[in-house]
Design a protein around this ligand. Structure first.
Ligand SMILES: Cc1cc2nc3c(=O)[nH]c(=O)nc-3n(C[C@H](O)[C@H](O)[C@H](O)COP(=O)(O)OP(=O)(O)OC[C@H]3O[C@@H](n4cnc5c(N)ncnc54)[C@H](O)[C@@H]3O)c2cc1C
Length: 462
């Protein structure tokens, strides 16, 4: 039993949705494209699961967050795939892949062959078992990676409203879940081994702002600490979380967000890997020319960082690598992706954005007590990263622009004083400079045209 396609996307998450839209815009033929996904619904904006989906009132539900609404683009409901002749194979896991034969085999035994494969298998949440702790399957222990997880969490929050929740992990999933649990009127304790939350990105000063805000919402932090074991009732349900330092935390609900691992397993002995992901070039093409990789699973050269290979677990990277792979496949003249790394989060009424890289010297600015603040990362005299809490569209575009342009910093004290103004001024200056070049260009073109016509008319007169 088998089917044959020109293009196959393996995985049906964020990247798959954006790739599908790009395929259609570039004129893919009916019956040429197939998407295989283990999930039972078409591609959706996964970040919604830890934000709007968990709201106690008017929560976000499908179809409102099918891709590609997250990028303010077309929304792709199930019918869209049908209308465009795309085979959407849902609820189906691919169990093996043979890159040489260009063939995938599903758990139902079906073989699907392709000319071009896009791997968009994303990542999976790490389990407590990966760290030697059992009980992941207790009825009140949750992870949050897909719709099934989110529905389970919503059900448990409703069941235990007003009860105790323990969040294990201080990364963005832990932070967003803790905010959602507190908003759902649960008493929340957060446990993580680092000295402060979001330690891979935040500075201690930035983390301090968010931790203080969370505390004002009733969240209690157990930092430099870790889960040791669970105390269960006779039915196996977790009653309390026991920490390494012996603290007992009562728990009606435990949410675990301790990191993710890219889903490379089907390809590990067939394709080149780097940084834990499938290594691709600037066109998202892997070590096998007929296989591309996009999203969380791809490790790609980031031009902004001197073509250093990075694997970025951010939704924006998933959207843009997916679109770029399709452009490279269909147009064959797409050039290399020029990507500016970007991550964002929204918790309570707060919202932050970060662009670039968090290396070098940090310069904080603004008023941390009122939540009007940001930071720049300066390396070798230029801005390489920028963070902003609560910025509007223009502010966020401005910080993105100074990072993109690697704006020069001559005076750190002045940068700290100017704060966001630095980005706003620089980005306007740059815009003006481009405008000047454009006007100058038009002027030159006009002068050439006048000279040409004057010369041409003169000749015809002869
Ligand atoms: C709760 C949550 C909140 C997030 N919030 C943010 C945020 O605020 N900001 C941000 O920048 N990023 C956020 N992210 C990260 C972002 O969602 C990911 O970077 C993005 O989803 C990656 O897209 P992807 O297509 O590569 O992978 P995914 O969206 O994970 O899709 C992978 C797909 O592949 C399928 N699959 C895997 N293996 C197989 C197989 N063998 N057979 C068939 N199908 C398979 C999976 O079922 C899934 O459908 C969040 C993630 C989560 C889980």
């Amino acid at each position: 039993m088998g089917r044959d396609f020109v293009y196959v996307i393996l995985g049906g998450g964020v990247a798959a949705g954006y790739a599908a839209l790009e395929f259609v815009r570039r004129g893919v033929g009916r019956g040429e494209l197939c998407i295989i996904s283990e999930e039972s619904v078409p591609p959706y904006e996964r970040p919604a699961l830890s934000k709007g989906y968990l709201l106690p009132e008017a929560p976000a539900r499908l179809p409102t967050f099918y891709t590609c609404v997250g990028a303010n683009d077309e929304q792709l409901p199930p019918i869209w795939y049908k209308e465009h002749g795309i085979d959407l194979v849902l609820g189906t896991r691919v169990k093996s892949a043979n890159v040489q034969l260009k063939q995938l085999t599903t758990t139902t035994g079906e073989t699907i062959t392709y000319k071009i494969l896009i791997i968009a298998t994303g990542a999976r949440a790490l389990k407590l078992e990966n760290f030697g702790i059992s009980e992941s399957d207790a009825e009140n222990v949750c992870y949050l990676w897909n719709l099934t997880d989110a529905n389970r969490l919503v059900g448990l929050m409703q069941e235990y409203r007003g009860g105790n929740a323990v969040v294990i992990g201080g990364g963005y999933i832990g932070m967003e879940c803790a905010a959602a649990l507190a908003t759902n009127r649960m008493k929340v304790a957060m446990v993580f081994p680092d000295a402060y939350c979001m330690s891979r990105l935040f500075t201690p000063k930035i983390a301090d702002f968010y931790e203080s805000y969370y505390k004002s919402k009733g969240v209690i932090f157990f930092k430099r600490n870790a889960l040791a074991s669970f105390d269960n009732d006779l039915k196996g349900k977790v009653k309390a979380v026991i920490l390494k330092d012996g603290t007992h935390l009562p728990a009606d609900l435990v949410v675990v967000g301790i990191g993710i691992r890219p889903n490379t397993n089907l390809f590990e002995d067939q394709l080149q890997l780097e940084k834990g992901g499938i290594k691709v070039n600037g066109q998202m093409q892997s070590s096998d020319p007929s296989v591309y990789a996009v999203g969380d699973v791809a490790a790609f050269p980031v031009k902004q960082f001197g073509n250093e290979i990075r694997r970025l677990e951010h939704v924006d990277a998933a959207r843009k690598t997916a679109k770029h792979a399709v452009a490279a496949i269909m147009a064959r003249d797409a050039g290399d992706l020029d990507y500016l790394p970007f991550i964002y989060s929204r918790v309570f009424t707060l919202s932050w954005q970060f662009y670039g890289d968090n290396v070098g010297r940090v310069v904080h600015y603004g008023d941390f007590s009122s939540g009007n603040f940001g930071a720049y990362w300066i390396d070798k005299g230029v801005v390489v990263g920028a963070f902003l809490e609560g910025g509007n569209k223009g502010d966020n575009e401005a910080i993105a622009k100074v990072v993109r342009l690697k704006a020069t910093v001559n005076d750190i004290a002045e940068l700290q004083r100017a704060g966001l103004e630095f980005a706003l001024c620089k980005s306007q200056l740059v815009a003006k400079r481009y405008l000047r070049y454009a006007i100058a260009g038009v002027g030159v073109a006009l002068a050439i045209s006048i000279a040409y016509f004057a010369y041409g008319y003169g000749k015809s007169d002869v």
